[in-house]
Design a protein around this ligand. Structure first.
Ligand code: 3S4
Length: 323
């Protein structure tokens, strides 16, 4: 059992009703209801892979770099809570420790959700899925506030009010089979999500934002019941516009001139075929089209960004190996 380890894969996320504002930096409970999808590459090549293993000392590596176990959002807070029970289940005593090695592959943004969910899957699989999923999601939110999106995959809604938060699945990934997400990436440093969370709450209309997010969540439930995928992405685009206008008003500009230029092209292409776009917290514009229109869209967007990837909606985390 000395070399006991479990390896999992989880998928990053894109907000559909975007998250801005959290309870505090420790618990990171969203202040309002949000929604999102998990995504991967069309060849399933976008994911986080995490190994949880028994070790002499506790260590945490993200993309090969050792991270401070006491830093904000450190996974060690979650591991410490379950350490005794995990070691007991693999017949080891508390002299041992647990470590993590987590690697991100081809992720544009949303890697903290997949990182937290991949660790969650390691722990859940050791507990043979006999874990209180309600409190467990809150444990994982200490690493990433929107982890629920990656925990369930597909389209999910997270009902939250700054004290309580719970994610519910709305649609499986298969519901999105006729659509492709084009991830247009720009080579600039992203703004830390804490900068978004700390500033958007200062907006004079933030209370209205909370109500508008709730109304959108109700609408999203209805659109999901009717499998109205275009309607879902149109709602997402209108939320992107509301969110980034508010962020701009409080001095946090995510959308720069080049991104704006690409968005103008997306709008122009609407005259020829249906599309929609989303911007989350990173330097990307996610453009959604029907599969039949992808080539036309790529032709229009290719030269307007630094990198472009074809993506699709992904499912929930998976166990890759257990030794
Ligand atoms: C800021 O958990 P990103 C945000 O709802 C996530 O997707 C917050 O985007 C907004 O940091 C969102 O994952 O890009």
């Amino acid at each position: 059992m000395e070399n006991y380890n479990v390896k999992t894969r989880a998928f990053p996320t894109i907000g559909i009703i975007l998250l801005g504002g959290i309870s505090d930096k420790k618990n990171r409970i969203p202040l309002h209801t949000t929604a999102g999808i998990a995504y991967t590459g069309i060849n399933n090549d976008v994911y986080t892979e995490t190994k949880l293993y028994v070790s002499k000392d506790e260590k945490c590596y993200i993309d090969g770099k050792e991270i401070d176990l006491n830093s904000d959002r450190s996974p060690s807070k979650v591991i410490d809570k379950f350490k005794h029970d995990i070691l007991m289940r693999v017949n080891l005593d508390d002299e041992n420790n647990l470590s993590i090695d987590s690697r991100n592959f081809n992720i544009l943004s949303g890697s903290s959700d997949s990182g937290a969910a991949a660790l969650g899957e390691c722990i859940e699989s050791i507990f043979e899925y006999n874990i209180n999923i309600f409190t467990f999601e809150n444990d994982l939110q200490r690493i990433s506030e929107s982890v629920g999106r990656s925990l369930y995959g597909g389209l999910t809604v997270n009902y939250a009010n700054g004290r309580e938060s719970l994610t519910e699945p709305l649609l499986e990934p298969e519901a999105f089979n006729n659509f492709t997400i084009i991830g247009a990436h720009f080579n600039i440093d992203r703004k830390p999500s804490n900068e978004i969370h700390e500033n958007i709450i200062k907006h004079e209309n933030y209370r209205e934002r909370i109500k508008s997010a709730e109304r959108k969540a109700k609408k999203l439930e209805e659109l999901s019941r009717n499998a109205n995928i275009k309607g879902i992405f149109e709602l997402a685009e209108s939320d992107t516009i509301e969110y980034h206008k508010m962020l701009h008003d409080v001095g946090v500009d995510i959308i720069n001139d080049r991104m704006e230029n690409l968005i103008e092209k997306v709008k122009e292409m609407k005259n020829n075929f249906w599309n929609s776009y989303i911007v989350t917290g990173g330097p990307n514009v996610f453009v959604i089209t029907e599969k039949k229109d992808v080539d036309k869209a790529m032709e229009g967007l290719n030269d307007l960004c630094d990198d472009i990837r074809l993506l699709k909606v992904a499912g929930k985390p998976q166990v890759i190996s257990k030794n």
